[in-house]
Design a protein around this ligand. Structure first.
Ligand code: PFF
Length: 467
């Protein structure tokens, strides 16, 4: 085993990260699945599927996961494990080892910025889910009508104090876990929360099968009517494949730095991609039958699907209050295991840069992110009229991170892994020789993924600037 030197004289073995290591391959799968499964699967996937007509959209989304998501995730884990440091320092090392241009380290910097921006609003929306866990449990939605649930949701969004409170609760919980480190914080959280989440989700699908209109929900998700799918919908599916797998910003790269050397990257990444997809589909199978069970409700209601439509359904079904409470608890768990991964790139960089204690960095990062989140809180009320190019503060932050930084980050990661990184490192990490696997990998990472991402990226820009 060779000995390498990291920043400020910390000497560690080259195949171990100074920040910690996953205690097994399974823990990495749980942690990365925890990062991937979040608001994107349970809040966003069902409503964008609803807005884009169902089955055909789902099919395109699945294709994007397979053709773009999986190769880019393999690239992130591979890069992370090859460098074993924060994404920024990992890229510095690999750029040096591959004799490449130093500008490639921009991938790490952009990831840090994107993680920071995403967490600032992710914590606000996750705070809504935490608050709804209590609301549903209190029975306030029993027998609710659409007017009733809209009024409650609008009243909630109109109150900066309430939003700030729940934002603070969620951010404090996130920072508490993160500050405890990889073994005592991240691993403990995912070890318990992920199995609970999967069990709750299965329970909810069972409930939807018994009390919901399961046949209609199933048909909505899986009947492929391509006339309902627009070009814009296709591109939304591609963009979402990225967000849902936590790609393009170094979160998976940071987690990859703690993966044991012996674990197979391709097997673990396929497992993570399959689990994330299964959870998104299961969330659809839990939500749509429940929505269809109540006369007059439709799944195309946009972001309000989870906070307005679903509470009506729960309010009018047997055991609805208890099951609704369980549903929002599940969403809160899913969100927190994603939020903790958003801080990892910046946190590890600052620890390396200043040789600082992890918990101090966590508190400082959390505080800044919390402050930035106040802008999102106010976007729904006091600042709702303050816009830049017609977008509120929240929409600007969301646009910058989701539509610009993630696709651009993903594109650069694919190009770096496919065209720049020394072949010796790739072969060592992936363990593929020259055979079919190698050719498939090369086609996916060098051509298919970059071309796909470029299309999403160009379209998002066109859509904004042309309208
Ligand atoms: N994958 C998460 C979700 O689907 O909610 C969101 C996310 C987490 C995006 C972590 C990016 C990230 F680095």
């Amino acid at each position: 085993m060779t000995i390498g030197t990291l920043t400020k004289g910390t000497v560690v073995a080259d195949d171990v990260s100074r920040h910690g290591m996953w205690s097994s391959r399974l823990l990495f799968v749980l942690a990365a699945t925890g990062s991937a499964v979040g608001l994107g699967n349970i809040w966003k996937f069902p409503y964008i599927t609803g807005e884009n007509g169902g089955g055909a959209f789902v099919l395109v989304y699945l294709l994007c996961i397979a053709a773009i998501g999986i190769p880019v995730m393999m690239a992130e884990v591979m890069i992370g494990r090859a460098g074993r440091q924060s994404p920024i320092n990992t890229l510095r090392t690999l750029v040096r080892d591959s004799n490449a241009n130093r500008s490639w380290t921009i991938i790490g910097w952009m990831g840090v910025a994107a993680g920071f921006l995403i967490l600032s609003y992710y914590a606000v929306i996750a705070g809504w889910a935490v608050s709804y866990t209590f609301r549903l449990g209190s029975g306030v939605f029993d027998g609710a009508t659409g007017a009733h649930t809209s009024q409650i949701f609008d009243g909630f969004l109109g109150s900066p104090g309430s939003l700030l409170f729940w934002h603070t609760v969620f951010m404090a919980a996130t920072i508490f876990i993160v500050a405890r480190g990889v073994a005592r914080g991240l691993e403990v959280a995912v070890r318990y929360l992920m199995p609970i989440l999967l069990i709750l989700l299965l329970g909810l699908v069972g409930y939807a099968a018994i009390y919901g209109d399961f046949a209609r929900g199933f048909e909505f998700l899986f009947s492929f009517d391509f006339s309902k799918l627009s070009w814009g919908g296709t591109l939304t599916a591609m963009g979402h494949a990225f967000f849902t797998l936590s790609l393009g910003m170094g979160a998976i790269m940071a987690y990859g730095a703690y993966v044991p050397s012996k674990a197979s990257i391709s097997t673990t990444v396929f497992t993570i991609g399959a689990l994330d997809t299964a959870v998104a589909l299961a969330a659809g199978l839990a939500i749509f039958p429940i929505v269809f069970a109540v006369a007059g409700l439709e799944p195309g209601d946009g972001p309000g699907l989870m906070f307005v439509t679903l509470p009506i359904a729960f309010g009018n079904l047997p055991l609805g209050a208890a099951l609704g409470c369980v549903f929002f608890l599940l969403v809160s768990f899913a969100a927190i295991t994603s939020a903790i991964s958003l801080t990892e790139p910046v946190l590890t960089y600052l620890v390396e840069r200043y040789d600082a204690k992890r918990w101090i960095v966590a508190v400082v990062v959390g505080l800044f992110c919390w402050l930035l989140g106040i802008g999102t809180v106010l976007s729904f009320n006091e600042w709702s009229g303050a816009t830049l190019f017609g977008l509120t503060f929240f929409e600007v932050v969301d646009y910058l991170s989701y539509k610009i930084m993630l696709p651009l980050g993903g594109l650069l990661i694919a190009l770096f892994a496919g065209w720049v990184l020394a072949k010796r490192i790739v072969v060592e990490q992936l363990g593929f020789g020259e055979g079919t696997k190698w050719q498939l990998w090369n086609a996916a990472i060098c051509v298919i993924a970059p071309a796909g991402i470029l299309i999403v990226f160009a379209y998002s820009l066109y859509e904004t600037f042309a309208s």
